[in-house]
Design a protein around this ligand. Sequence first.
Ligand code: NI
Length: 226
Amino acid sequence: MTAMLHIAAVLTPDEVAEVRERIGTADWVDGRATAGHLSAAVKHNRQLAEDDPATLAAAAVVRAALARSGVFASAALPARIAPPLFNCHGIGEHYGDHIDSAIRSVTGATMRLDLSATLFLSDPADYIGGELVIRGATGSEAFKLAAGDLLLYASGAIHQVAPVTSGQRQACFFWVQSHVRDPSQRKILFDLDAVIANLRTENASRESILLLTAQYHNLLRMWSCS
Ligand code: NI
């Protein structure tokens, strides 16, 4: 994948509605509960507790959706996916510039955070502000995606959620430890996978597809680190 990847319609409209219903009546707590020192100083939002039954039920919907997303699998090459969490930014709330730490303790074990993911749950028309702003090599890019769409980005990129000035922004977020740690290697595999898919739809010979698929797996075997 490129430094950032927008994957549309990861959740169906029905799943968005289900997730929003599950988290709608739950207890939102101060988002600083899961932030390190540096992040806590700039984090002004609310989230659901990791062990809240609403979190677990909504996360199950998200996990099932991720499991059937071929684009997510191809781009992230996930070795571990942290349990999805949910946050809410109301009027005046924001999460200033920060990075997501490299190593995190998740359900009793440590994982490396290669990729961060934000799954938008609110209709963009329902709030003003609240863009996910990510610093890249060529400047900052702001994302405000449709409900059910996912943005995947490098955990080490400096990013923020801009202040919400009207309405309310709910989102799901989680982290991924990838089988392939190096982003440029992941990008090569992502593109190669797309070429193989194209060859299939273009009715290329089975032998060509087989040879290219073998090279895909040879690279994955060479580069996978977990
Ligand atoms: Ni973050």
